[in-house]
Design a protein around this ligand. Structure first.
Ligand code: FES
Length: 328
């Protein structure tokens, strides 16, 4: 009989896991593998899904989304790869410096905001740096289905080419790697030209790369629905600010190094979330009134909504000003 999954007030259900392997991949990236504490199989997921890793950093709870890179059909383990961000708020550093084999941690159930369109005749993948991780599970899924795929992967150098050598060895006909330090770049315009009808393109990597692929595909006449991307924004530190909450009838302070969502959670306010990276829309919150400026960092609201000042995504966005009243 399988144990009932833990249910949180907000967010996806959670699974207790043991860290079964910590594998340095290169100077910046480490892979973490997990098994379930209760010995049950992990839920299957679809390629491109992510999990939110819940970290207990000396009493401070950190929750970061990471793409699952393991084979979706392998229910014995989950794996993620974490790139160290020395300038970030500490989640990736905690993973790199504190997490050891045998530690018990909590993961959310997988959520997929970047799934394959299974109607596609061909899947054209563009990855930059650590943006390779969702493609690893997509490739595993497509290989089982005999799917048609091609990967174009841009890396800084051979030393920092996370999984590039493994991929080239395993799939020499599908994988093309471009090295920045050898002045190589993805021949995007040529690749977008002349693909078979029904090809879907997917991009994951730095912001500029995602924008480049979307803009080039548009220019080449690709329908928007056939170009997919995923980017999680990490919440950034900023000036502390105060928020009044009308439903909860309280005023809370958001500190320099916490997100608005984390401040709501600290005060016990039920605040929904899934991705915690500005991509899923779950945390969308109505602004009742404000006197100040928003620092919007999400990919969910459109430009008009950002300009209107009537919505905020508390997982990544901040506020600077005299007063902010939210419908929470
Ligand atoms: S939790 Fe996904 S957009 Fe905020």
């Amino acid at each position: 009989m399988s144990a009932a999954p833990q249910k949180t007030k907000s967010g996806a259900e959670q699974i207790e896991v043991t860290v079964s392997a910590v594998v340095p991949v290169n100077d910046l990236v480490t892979r973490f593998e997990f098994s379930r504490v209760d010995g049950q199989p992990f839920p299957t997921f679809s390629g491109g899904a992510h999990t939110v890793v819940i970290m207990n950093d000396d009493g401070r709870r950190r929750m970061n989304p990471y793409s699952l890179m393991s084979d979706p059909a392998d229910t014995s383990t989950y794996a993620i790869s974490v790139r160290r961000d020395d300038a970030g708020r500490g989640g990736s550093l905690f993973m790199h410096t504190q997490v050891k084999v045998g530690d018990v941690m909590t993961l959310s159930y997988p959520v997929n905001l970047f799934s394959l369109d299974l109607r596609a005749r061909k899947n054209l993948f563009f990855a930059g740096g650590i943006g390779i991780t969702p493609f690893l599970s997509m490739i595993a899924q497509l290989e089982r289905m005999n799917g048609n795929w091609e990967l174009h992967y841009s890396v800084r150098s051979a030393d920092l080419g996370t999984y590039a050598d493994d991929l080239k060895t395993k799939y020499p006909n599908n994988v093309h790697v471009y090295y920045d330090d050898q002045s190589q770049s993805i021949p995007l315009t040529d690749l977008l030209d002349g693909q078979p009808l029904g090809t879907n393109a997917y991009v994951c990597g730095p912001k500029g790369m995602i924008a480049w692929v979307h803009a080039s595909a548009k220019e080449a006449g690709w329908p928007d629905a056939q170009v997919h991307s995923e980017e999680f924004t990490a919440p950034q530190p900023g000036k502390p600010f105060e928020v009044r909450l009308c439903k909860s009838d309280m005023t809370i302070k958001v500190g320099e190094n916490e997100s608005l969502l984390e401040a709501l959670e600290r005060e016990g306010v039920d605040a929904p979330f899934l991705c915690r990276g500005g991509a899923c829309g779950q945390c969308e919150t109505t602004v009742v009134s404000h006197d100040g400026e928003f620092i919007h960092r999400d990919h969910w609201l459109d430009d008009d909504q950002h300009a209107s000042g009537t919505k905020i995504m508390p997982c990544v966005s901040r506020f600077v000003g005299a007063s902010l009243l939210l419908d929470r």
